[in-house]
Unconditional design. Structure first.
Ligand code: ZN
Length: 265
């Protein structure tokens, strides 16, 4: 346990159990009180809880400016629990216990979304090797297997390499598919670009330029086509009016089930 600025940081072993949180905070109460500055101190417990067969990372922060005991998921999949007062320490285990269904559901959604290496809705196998005298990364994809050969000692993560490859692959595939669908359904986009917008799957500008997110390639082909057709229909209706949705429906009669798939992610 150590004091870092206005935070008290506690690091625990992986095997730490939820039921022991209360005891731990209780045992350390005096120590915490002594070092707690009284306005914005925080205790951080950094560990994993086991719910069914899943080990879920969580952190507990002690923040007296908070009003309630609350929890939320951080975008990296860590469960963050905010404790407004040391007095509420005995509520933490119960709080986690009574929300375990919610926690697991959220966590599973998170890991599904992050199912790290996918292409067209299917998981792909990553085969990464290191070569002593190699000076660059060599990537080759075939039959659901991505082979990566990296220079020995490279510290680029496998996810970053996969992501760069996905972007490269998406530039060819998404542009070609957009041209194909445009011809088939009589659309005339001006320019088609592939980018990594974090929050949008696609966009269509007033000038008729269509932009698609390369992460779309992680989804099944039906979902990819939906996004492309959605953006192509914006060439005729630059809004989400009834006429716009009628246009989408005339091409994809079952588009609503695909929209639902996106919403359920
Ligand atoms: Zn739209």
């Amino acid at each position: 346990m150590e004091k870092k600025g206005n935070k008290l940081e506690i690091k625990l072993p992986l095997t730490f159990q939820v039921a022991n949180i209360e005891k731990l905070l209780n045992d350390q109460k005096e120590w915490i009180k002594k070092r707690w500055l009284g306005n914005q101190a925080a205790v951080i417990i950094d560990d994993k809880i086991k719910i069914k067969d899943y080990l879920i990372p969580f952190k507990i922060r002690l923040n007296i400016r908070a009003k309630y005991l609350r929890m939320k998921f951080h975008s990296d999949g860590t469960l963050l629990i905010t404790l407004p007062s040391v007095k509420l320490q005995n509520k933490v285990a119960e709080f986690i216990g009574s929300h375990s269904g919610w926690i697991l559901e959220k966590y599973l959604k998170f890991i599904q979304r992050k199912t790290f290496f996918t292409l067209f809705g299917k998981e792909i196998v990553i085969d990464r090797q290191y070569e002593l005298f190699s000076s660059s990364h060599k990537i080759n994809y075939a039959n659901g297997r991505l082979r990566i050969i990296s220079p020995q000692g490279s510290d680029i993560s496998t996810y970053d390499i996969y992501s760069a490859w996905l972007k490269h692959f998406a530039k060819k595939h998404l542009v070609a598919r957009t041209i194909e669908l445009s011809k088939k359904f009589g659309f005339h986009p001006n320019r088609i670009t592939v980018r990594g917008q974090s929050s949008r799957w696609g966009s269509c500008s007033r000038k008729g330029n269509i932009s698609l997110n390369y992460n779309l390639l992680k989804f099944d082909k039906e979902m990819i086509d939906y996004v492309i057709i959605h953006e192509l229909c914006h060439l005729k209706h630059l809004n989400h009016s009834i006429e716009f949705w009628k246009e989408v429906e005339s091409i994809l009669p079952l588009y609503k089930t695909i929209v639902r798939k996106f919403k359920e992610m």
